[in-house]
Design a protein around this ligand. Sequence first.
Ligand code: ADP
Length: 159
Amino acid sequence: MRTALYPGSFDPVTNGHLDIIARASQLFDRLFVGVYANPRKDIVFSLEDRVRMLTTAVERWPNVEVKSFANLTVECAREIGAQALVRGLRAVTDFEYEFQLAAMYQQLRPELEVVCLMTSVKYSFLSASLVKEVAKLGGNVDAFVPAVVAARLREIQTA
Ligand code: ADP
């Protein structure tokens, strides 16, 4: 059984994340999408909200499961029996951070393989922070996020 963990803050999940999830779900028998409980970044959505939106968005893939975690990523991977971590790469700018992260994971747990999938070109510009900014200023983000997220962003806009 090949199992992988795709960790991130998913604040909120975008179509770029879903593209990585769709492709990783083909490569592995089971894919867990791990939502960091305590990300370093300024977070807009609560953990419950982030998990709920992701769970709705991944319903169509039977081998994908959403899980929140507050411990080390490598520990979460161990708990679920994952042999690999999945990350997405958009641009050269992502590379440096992902490279540093992968090197740290390697030190902490050498047997865990880090698999980086290149973004599909149409999502290469897409980031959760940009989506939040556009939504905050009243822009339409329907093309960038799943319906459940677009609806939640509209709620926040009008709140
Ligand atoms: P983190 O807080 O770890 O940066 P994110 O939720 O922002 O987590 O993203 C999780 C992963 O998804 C990261 O590997 C990130 O590079 C990747 N990712 C984010 N947006 C895209 C996108 N549009 N295309 C491909 N990968 C993406």
